[in-house]
Design a protein around this ligand. Structure first.
Ligand SMILES: C[S@@+](CC[C@H](N)C(=O)[O-])C[C@H]1O[C@@H](n2cnc3c(N)ncnc32)[C@H](O)[C@@H]1O
Length: 249
């Protein structure tokens, strides 16, 4: 196993498929509210950073290297040890990152230490997520991997000192290619470029998911997938289990 941040290995093409979705950006901005200074922790390539972002925290140089010109300055550091003073900023956001942290409790304590007003976390509720057709019907190995790292919503909210939990439905044409983004575009999962932008699939590995992908390809070719999921084809949004947690300090 190669040493160093995981995203130095799996994040080389992240910006190809992981662009911020405007509808999700609106929800994140609304969750942050009228705060004046924001730190983005596990910032990756900078998706969803509002103009009030003063600093991005990101352990992977590969991800920092894909941040757009003009984005907030980025520091190579981890959530578990934030290089900021107590109460340094109004708000912190941590989007689709906490499942990668080596020590969640320490990371959350750090978010609380550096913020004066608000913390916004985007993650998923595994009890809903595990029912998503890709995991439930085709990739049980990937579902098991997620099961091991998912944090129950109540536990996370408690760690944050209490939080509002808001469902975040995924638009049918979501432009941020995270795992369930392609719920109404099943062919996308057969595309290696799409899969490379989904950390779960990259981490579980091609060998483990290949039988499931072959079954999906067969079901798409035979029309079985479309028969089984006819209800999805007329929908504009889908609750796959993504949740915004909004904690006031
Ligand atoms: C799926 S990406 C999300 C990036 C960005 N927040 C977004 O929404 O596009 C997860 C990010 O978390 C970062 N990460 C992994 N471990 C971390 C840690 N311990 N502290 C902070 N960030 C971490 C990864 O390097 C990666 O850039």
């Amino acid at each position: 196993m190669r040493a160093g941040p995981v995203y130095d290995r799996i994040g080389t093409t992240y910006a190809n498929t992981r662009r911020p979705d405007p509808r999700i950006a609106e929800r994140v901005a609304a969750a942050l509210g009228d705060v004046r200074t924001v730190v983005n922790v596990g910032a990756g390539t900078g998706s969803y950073e509002p103009p009030t972002t003063v600093l991005a925290i990101e352990p992977s140089a590969t991800m920092i290297g894909q941040r757009p010109r003009g984005a907030a300055p980025a520091v190579r550091a981890a959530a578990e040890s934030l290089p900021l003073a107590d109460g340094a900023v109004d708000a912190a956001m941590a989007l689709l990152t906490i499942h990668h942290w080596t020590d969640l409790n320490t990371g959350i304590a750090e978010l609380r230490r550096i913020t004066r007003r608000r913390i916004v976390v985007l993650t998923w509720d595994q009890s809903v997520f595990q029912r998503f057709w890709l995991l439930a019907d085709y990739l049980p190995e990937a579902a098991a991997f997620d099961e091991a790292r998912a944090v129950p919503m109540e536990r996370l909210a408690a760690r944050l000192g209490g939080a509002r939990v808001e469902p975040l439905p995924v638009p049918a044409d979501c432009v941020d290619g995270f795992l369930a983004a392609w719920w109404r575009r099943p062919e996308a999962y057969l595309d290696p470029t799409v899969r490379a932008g989904i950390s779960l699939l990259a981490q579980v590995g091609e060998a483990a998911i290949r039988p499931g992908l072959d079954r999906l390809a067969a079901d798409l070719a035979s029309g079985r997938w479309h028969e089984r999921h006819a209800d999805l084809l007329t929908r504009d949004g889908f609750d796959a289990g993504y949740r915004l947690l909004v904690a006031d300090r």
